[in-house]
Design a protein around this ligand. Structure first.
Ligand code: AR6
Length: 176
């Protein structure tokens, strides 16, 4: 586990599973446009949750790349799930702006909902094919740029699936 402080925010990196972050008010889903279950993070969250989640997301769908919506977190230890649709690398353009919008919109939605602690997966870096180092740079830059707009949100965790992803993210963060 690694931690850095920035402008009143703690940014933490861990290796692990997004559905096992009981100490965070909200977890972020790397969703599909339909906000239904799928592979990777979306599959893990919908499986660990309840069919009620798919019912709660349905009225919001479809969402566009870069958008974020918030729901409750049935059967999970968190209060909220923030669902973000990342860009498909090579298809949804401009990818960097769309990925940035995901992180920014999720953080602002957290702020509006009184969320103090939030856990992100590495959005778009699985099925959507975003190169991990570039995605990590955008993720951290966006958190830093948005920090001045956040009073309530004070803790941002990145949950990286593999030790290799964790190491790559730490290399990027410490350079910044
Ligand atoms: N906890 C944390 N990270 C995870 C987990 C987990 N349980 N499982 C995978 N990862 P992805 P995307 C990592 O594919 O690229 C889905 O099918 C994974 O190694 O979940 O935004 C949806 O239905 C990768 O680094 O999200 C969408 O159609 C990162 O999380 C589509 O995939 C994101 O991988 C979204 O693709």
């Amino acid at each position: 586990m690694k931690k850095v402080r920035f402008d009143g925010l703690t940014i933490e990196l861990v290796s692990g599973d997004i559905v096992q972050q009981p100490d965070c008010d909200a977890i972020v889903n790397a969703a599909n446009a339909e906000l239904q279950t799928g592979g990777g993070v979306a599959g893990a969250i919908h499986s660990a949750s309840d069919p009620e989640l798919a019912q709660e997301t349905r009225p919001f769908a479809p969402i566009k790349p870069g958008e974020a919506v918030i729901t409750s977190a049935p059967n999970l230890p968190n209060k909220y799930i923030i669902h973000c649709l990342g860009p498909v690398y090579g298809r949804d353009k401009p990818e960097d702006k769309l990925l940035k919008n995901c992180y920014k919109n999720a953080l602002l939605l957290a702020e509006e909902n009184g969320i103090e602690s939030i856990a992100f997966p590495a959005i778009s870096t699985g099925a959507f094919g975003y190169p991990k180092k570039e995605a990590a740079t955008i993720a951290f830059q966006t958190v830093k740029e948005t920090a001045s707009e956040l009073d309530v949100v004070s803790f941002v965790r990145f949950v990286l699936w593999s030790p290799a992803d964790y190491n790559l993210h730490w290399d990027v963060l410490k350079e910044m």
